[in-house]
Write a protein that binds this ligand. Structure first.
Ligand SMILES: [Fe+2]
Ligand SMILES: [Fe+2]
Length: 238
């Protein structure tokens, strides 16, 4: 009953012009690598959180094959929303959960649970998050970042209201902007004593050190971008 994580499949079965192959060898046939590693590592009773940027399809009808691909992978799949997931209207997550139940679960303004081998039951909380990448104005960055903090707070509040005290936190964006030593997301992680913060979004060797990895102030940070992991999901808990 292990908990695994990986992110950023950037699938494009119905929009082949968006193939990721141009971004380097690691992306060539990356779908096959995903299938190979999942089949080798992930058991049907395991949980895998996939941390966003699932598809280049902008609507449900042109990402159906991508969703079918994820559905066919082993394990209970919980999806987080990435910046490229245009098919997913955050306010209509309940609808996605109705449509894809019980094949896929969508983590947004809700939470899921995971029981580890040692009996500890964790609330899996999360949202897309946001960090400053120099592409937008400070005002726009602050607006989006604060909205994401509110969404994450909602996820925590729901889990706390149901009595959960142990948390694992998922973000699509890194928890800090480049060079930051803390953010509202890391402050929240420390406040709730989360065991792990798991994020992706960073692609290419120049971006892999954008934010925290390893233990910082008692919280374990994991970068799980598909290309960083060479498309092999990482085990967070056994
Ligand atoms: Fe991505
Ligand atoms: Fe992304």
């Amino acid at each position: 009953m292990a908990l695994w994580a990986i992110g950023d499949f950037h699938l494009s079965f119905q929009v082949p012009e968006k193939s990721m192959d141009i971004f380097g060898k690691v992306w060539v046939n990356h779908e096959k690598k995903i299938v190979k590693h999942f089949n080798k590592l992930v058991k049907p009773e395991d949980t895998v959180v996939i941390t966003g940027d699932h598809t280049w399809g902008h609507r449900l009808d042109n990402c159906k094959e991508d969703m079918d691909f994820i559905k066919a992978l082993p394990g209970r799949k919980i999806l987080l929303r990435g910046n490229h997931d245009m098919f997913w209207n955050a306010k209509r997550t309940d609808r996605l959960n109705e449509m894809f139940n019980p094949d896929l679960y969508f983590l947004q303004n809700n939470y899921y649970t995971y029981k580890a081998k040692d009996g500890i039951c964790y609330a899996l909380v999360g949202t897309k998050g946001y960090c400053y990448e120099g592409l937008d104005t400070i005002e726009h960055y602050e607006k989006i970042m604060k909205r994401e903090v509110e969404r994450l707070q909602t996820s925590f509040d729901m889990a706390v209201a149901d009595g959960y005290k142990n948390f694992i936190m998922f973000l699509h964006y890194p928890p800090t902007s480049i060079g930051e030593q803390e953010s509202l997301f890391t402050i929240m992680a420390e406040k709730y004593n989360v065991r792990d913060v798991i994020y992706s979004h960073c692609h290419g060797i120049d971006r892999f050190d954008d934010s925290f990895k390893g233990n910082v102030n008692g919280v374990e940070y994991w970068l799980v971008s598909g290309d960083y992991l060479k498309f092999k999901p990482v085990k967070i808990i056994d």
